[in-house]
Ligand binder design. Structure first.
Ligand code: URA
Length: 324
């Protein structure tokens, strides 16, 4: 079991290295855990234990220079994909949160005031932008921003991601980096546009870490603090469908469940507060797994979404990424 997990991690590192990634974000605790586990495997099977394949470096990786942003969402060539395991747990226990991060309290309940959608939205946006905890965890002095949902208040579809990344905390808008550009292409392939849907995140700030690169997945406490903000956004917009992008978004919305991997759960309707919810792969996953198979799975989920909200689906759209 342990061995299988280690091999899955090694496979993922090999893939990342083949894609030109020279450094990956790993917390000290994760490195210590891996070392401890590697020691256990070696003790059991010294001659066959897997050798390390990728350097865990503290040098900044240059995500900006990675050329794997899908130039065209619909026309990449097929590459057979090996099943892979995630290299990071989707939701981390708070024991793993770095000590220097200011503690995060339990969230406080609030009511949205009466009014039309725009009035309610403006009230909520101001509340979140002025929230002392959100502000405390954003490097405001460096021009970084708290991030709130963006899009159409009458949207049928609410896309929910994990947390702002480097580009998002600079621009103060969700999904504006490479993953966001790909999300825009996915949305466009359905015939919708970014400004016709709503786009938000489980988190309102970029989880802090002490590495000069990469993103740390949010912890349970961080997610719990921001969740009422997301619930309120959903309550105001009242979308017909929520698309959870990646397992962390689903864990945040539906509660943590280690069995709920994207591979096992995608393509099936679930519910968030009575609203149909579907889980699909995060655009960042597609950037790392640029294969027809991955894109087809996401596209199949999008077809379900289109069907659910009553969007007409052309034969051409049905055929995108069809198995040859
Ligand atoms: N990834 C996310 O989950 N959200 C963003 O806003 C950007 C990248």
């Amino acid at each position: 079991m342990m061995r299988a997990q280690l091999e899955a991690v090694i496979d993922e590192l090999k893939t990342l290295r083949a894609e030109g990634v020279s450094s990956v974000y790993l917390e000290e605790q994760t490195i210590a855990d891996l070392k401890a586990k590697a020691g256990t495997v070696e003790a059991v099977a010294p001659s066959t234990a897997p050798a390390p394949v990728a350097k865990v470096s503290t040098l900044p990786s240059p995500p900006e220079n990675q050329p794997n942003l899908l130039a065209s969402w619909k026309s990449e060539s097929d590459v057979p994909e090996k099943p892979k395991a995630a290299t990071k747990p989707a939701v981390k226990k708070d024991a793993n949160i770095p000590d220097w991060i200011k503690p995060i309290p339990a969230p406080t309940a609030f009511d949205i005031p009466e009014g039309d959608k725009q009035t309610q939205w403006n009230w909520l946006r101001d509340k979140i932008f002025n929230d002392p905890i959100c502000r405390e965890h954003v490097r405001l002095e460096k021009g970084k921003k708290v991030v709130f949902g963006v899009g159409n208040l009458d949207a049928d579809v609410f896309f929910c991601g994990e947390a702002p990344g480097a580009d998002e905390e600079i621009q103060g808008e969700p999904f504006v980096g490479k993953a966001g550009q790909l999300l825009d292409k996915i949305i466009a392939a359905t015939g919708l546009k970014r400004d016709l849907v709503m786009i938000g995140n489980i988190m309102n700030w970029r989880p802090e870490h002490d590495k000069p690169y990469g993103n740390r997945p949010p912890t349970e406490t961080e997610i719990a603090y921001c969740l009422p903000h997301l619930e309120a956004q959903v309550e105001i917009v009242k979308p017909k469908v929520i698309v959870a992008l990646g397992a962390t978004a689903a864990h945040g919305l539906l509660g943590y469940d280690p069995e709920r991997t994207v591979g096992r759960t995608r393509g099936k309707w679930m519910e968030f507060k009575g609203i149909p919810l579907i889980l699909t792969y995060h655009p960042s996953y597609l950037l790392r797994n640029n294969t027809n198979r991955s894109k087809r799975m996401v596209w199949e989920d999008m077809l379900l979404v289109m069907d659910k909200i009553g969007l007409e689906i052309s034969e051409k759209q049905r055929g995108y990424f069809a198995e040859k």
